[in-house]
Design a protein around this ligand. Structure first.
Ligand code: ADP
Ligand code: MG
Ligand code: MG
Length: 207
């Protein structure tokens, strides 16, 4: 695909559909090691992103990501709202006013998103959070030099899936799940799962 503002808006619409399909699964995962609201938080946020985009689609990819960021920050709440909001905002800022994205821009944006999440939430890889899905996704994009946007995002989605699965064995050291200590082990982290779903939805949209 080309990767214009309209393509990014389309990718966010498909992300909203995927979050909607997986709402109950995310609620269930968060019920096991958190407070059971992650699916609803994410659904509320992405439904609001859809309405924002229905009003008007800004004219650069960065500007589209920026309205998504501010919408997520104001609607999602909990830990995930500010974290995803920061991720999208940092990605938007990193893209500046570029009008068409290539694979290198995707790498820049994802790296910025990860740095934003870590600046805000202070989680390292291995703490059983969305960072465990994002770190391998960024590494995969940076390693897949020379591919198309669709190819690097597909590699990122595979890596994010694997990273999310790796959270099952981990003991949570950040967020609500950390209150459970050792009892958090044996469960998939809901935020790592939603990150993997989002990266997969972007990869599918880029095909
Ligand atoms: P809350 O825990 O406030 O109810 P959510 O349920 O929406 O918020 O989101 C929980 C997810 O947020 C966790 O599964 C985890 O992936 C992520 N998370 C929580 N704290 C952090 C943090 N400090 N850094 C990165 N991700 C975090
Ligand atoms: Mg929760
Ligand atoms: Mg909550």
């Amino acid at each position: 695909m080309g990767c214009s503002a309209t393509d990014i808006a389309e990718a966010l619409r498909s992300a909203a559909a995927v979050i909607d399909e997986h709402r109950d699964e995310l609620v269930e995962l968060d019920r096991e090691i958190g407070d059971g609201d992650h699916g609803e938080n994410m659904k509320r946020g992405f439904t609001a992103v859809l309405s924002t985009l229905d009003t008007a689609v800004p004219d650069t990819p960065g500007a589209v990501l920026k309205v998504a960021a501010t919408t997520l920050i104001s609607k999602v709440g909990g830990a995930a709202g500010p974290l995803y909001g920061t991720a999208f905002l940092r990605a938007a800022t990193a893209l500046g006013d570029r009008s068409e994205l290539d694979a290198a821009d995707v790498a820049t944006a994802l790296r910025a998103a990860l740095e934003g999440v870590q600046a805000r939430g202070k989680a390292e890889q291995g703490d059983k959070t969305m960072v465990d899905a994002l770190v391998p996704a960024v590494a995969a994009v940076e390693a897949a030099k020379g591919g198309s946007v669709a190819e690097v995002l597909a590699a990122a989605a595979d890596a994010a899936d694997e990273g999310a699965r790796s959270t099952v064995d981990l003991v949570a050291r950040k967020g609500r799940a950390s209150y459970l200590g050792e009892r958090s082990a044996g469960h998939l982290d809901p935020g790592a799962r939603s990150t993997a779903l989002l990266v997969r939805s972007f990869a599918e949209a880029a095909k």
